[in-house]
Design a protein around this ligand. Sequence first.
Ligand code: FPP
Ligand code: MG
Length: 322
Amino acid sequence: MNFVAALNDVAAKNLHVLEEQIKLSIADDPFIYEACAPLIKGGKRLRPMLFLLCANAKSPCPPEKTMPLATALELIHTASLVHDDIIDTSKKRRGVETANAKYGAQIAVLVGDYLFAKAFQLVADNNYGAQVQLILSKLVKNLCVGEIMQDRSLFEVPTLAEYYTRINLKTAVFLSSCCRLGAIVAELDTREVENLTAYGSGLGLAFQIIDDLLDFFGDEKITGKPHGGDLKSGVITLPVIRALDVSDEADTLRELVTRGEVTRADIDAAIKIIQAADAVDYCRTRAEAHIESARVNLPLTLTTSVSLALEQIADFVVDRTR
Ligand code: FPP
Ligand code: MG
């Protein structure tokens, strides 16, 4: 299913403006534009779209009030991916060469920093106020803590609780903050703000579980990145955690994923073991449970079209191929 097809009219119109604003936001400096334009092109825009849908959830919100923050959210996300690719020494993202592969880590760090600074400039220039800034600061802090947790325990098997803490910090807090910010900008009541935040959180957990599955089983041409990347960089995710729990070949798998060096053949062997166990079904079931919890949190007070779009985004998250 195409994610954009899930958008209601308001959001689809906003998407058009958003694309322009994102392009404009990197146009101040010719090198930044050259470095970022290809990378920025391939995103799903999930984060700004969640924000825009929530901001328009009960009545249309003027674009002047929403666009700068929607753009800032996509810039923060892109900045985090640029830095993530340095950390993971990834060569490809969104189907194109990563900034670190193209310009080296030194320049790529600064490209990420620039995007990050530009995001906060947009927020400051448009007077969103302390509450919005606090949510943004906390979400970035959480991203960093999640990433640090992950990178301090490479090639180690996390417990289920550790895995969930990590994906919550890395992904769910970001998606829930986008929904929360939309609800706050639209001045929805406290209960609606909390429910939309909970919707984003369930969505985020499901999103990351599916991301972790796609890392093993996604089509490289569609995901835009080589499969097995997590294992190669030592990040052990739910498909492996589950297979280690239930597979007859758990010892082989454990040795393979904790050795500290993972070859192409190791990735293929791990995929076979994961497939032979019930790990794929297990991950899908877990993702669907989080999506269900997202759905039940959708407030009944939203317009039908926004409610439908948020439901369809929930479907997209579990059915997606990229
Ligand atoms: C991609 O996930 C990466 C993240 C969700 C977060 C990365 C966060 C940081 C590097 C710290 C924050 C930095 C800034 C500038 C805000 P993934 O690695 O699971 O997925 P992938 O396969 O797409 O890389
Ligand atoms: Mg990564």
